[in-house]
Design a protein around this ligand. Structure first.
Ligand code: TXA
Ligand code: MG
Length: 317
């Protein structure tokens, strides 16, 4: 198990030595290393068992650092950064040469995010390099939203977990790039499509594509728990699947069964997002064979919740 605590000085020292530290953000926990040190970045891919064709995003302490690492930033990107940073938004922009190719999997663009969490902001301010950090879970599995989630899966491969409590948003950042002066949403996430479009006008939501996965987080099967998850209308599902084998993941309804997780009794999509990944993980510890899940209303952060449920339900191949 990795040591867990709130010692920013210790985290700073480890990162300066090229080691990895798990960090809290408002979205999910990240597995962080010095983004300008190719050896540290290589360790991230090894610990996460992540294929090297899947690029990492970098984290900066404040919006004004954006142009240290990127160039030819479109005005639209600047406006998004001004309005939503710090926050659950990653901008894909032309990189400067100082960003190692390993970070970007050889792409000419880099994803940049300014996270909104006091501990991680202090940490980033204490460092003179940005942090490369994917979500701190093994590739393909559900992202961690507590320090304990990180410790369960990556605790043996890490020196330190900076514990910032449960993540306030609970779903990964929304990823936005720019093609021909139009905003392209590569991953729906913690910042709603409506919020993005209020700045950019109509955006393109890049559909999943196996031939050219711009954001492999968009791979069809991803964010998946160990158990099989079936998504549909709960009343239909309850008729089709035998009750003794199933765990139920509902938005608000209590079915009074022992193996269920209600995302938000009061019907709050924000609360449902906060609980989603802990909920998916909880079924892996229950004696059930399959998870029956229902979609939530498809507005605001509900779109990101439904996206993650669909990917959790997709067949692994
Ligand atoms: O909320 C988040 O974004 C969290 C926290 C830790 O910041 N990070 C996170 O990282 O979710 P990761 O690596 O699990 O997901 C980032 C996604 C990946 O699917 C990757 O393929 C995509 O961003 N990505 C990275 N660089 C990209 C680029 N240059 N163009 C398109 N997609 C990119
Ligand atoms: Mg991830």
């Amino acid at each position: 198990m990795a040591e867990t605590g709130t010692d920013i000085h210790k985290a700073t020292q480890l990162l300066q030595q090229g080691e990895l530290v798990a960090i809290p953000t408002e979205t999910v926990y990240g597995l962080a290393g010095n983004a300008l040190n190719a050896e540290a970045v290589a360790k991230i891919f090894v610990v996460k068992k992540r294929p090297q064709f899947d690029p990492l995003i970098i984290h900066i302490p404040s919006p004004d650092k954006l142009t240290m690492y990127t160039q030819n930033v479109p005005a639209m990107a600047m406006r998004l950064a001004e309005k939503f940073w710090p926050g659950p938004l990653t901008l894909v922009l032309e990189k400067k040469p100082m960003i190692p190719d390993l970070v970007t999997s050889g792409l000419s663009t880099v994803g940049v995010r300014c996270p909104n969490h006091p501990l991680t902001t202090s940490l980033l301010r204490a460092l003179d390099f940005p942090l490369a950090a994917p979500s701190a879970n093994p590739f393909g599995y559900v992202s961690p939203t507590t320090a304990a989630h990180v410790n369960e899966q990556l605790g043996n491969d890490l020196h330190y977990i900076l514990d910032g409590g449960a993540c306030r948003v609970g779903i990964e950042s929304t990823i936005v790039g720019f093609e021909n002066d139009v905003a392209v949403i590569y991953r729906i996430g913690g910042l709603s499509v409506e919020a993005i479009e209020s700045v950019t006008g109509k955006a393109i939501i890049q559909p999943y594509s196996t031939s050219n996965p711009k954001a492999p987080g968009q791979l069809k099967s991803h964010y998946a728990p160990a158990k099989k998850l079936i998504l549909g209308e709960m009343l239909d599902l309850l008729q089709k699947y035998p009750a003794h084998d199933t765990g139920l993941l509902t938005f608000t309804t209590d079915y009074n069964t022992p193996y269920q997780y209600i995302l938000s009794r009061k019907g709050s999509l924000e609360e449902a997002a906060q609980n989603l990944f802990a909920a998916l993980r909880s079924f892996d510890k229950m004696p059930v064979e399959i998870i029956l899940a229902e979609p939530v209303p498809d507005t605001g952060i509900g779109q990101a919740i439904n996206d993650r449920l669909r990917r959790a339900a997709a067949e692994k191949d």
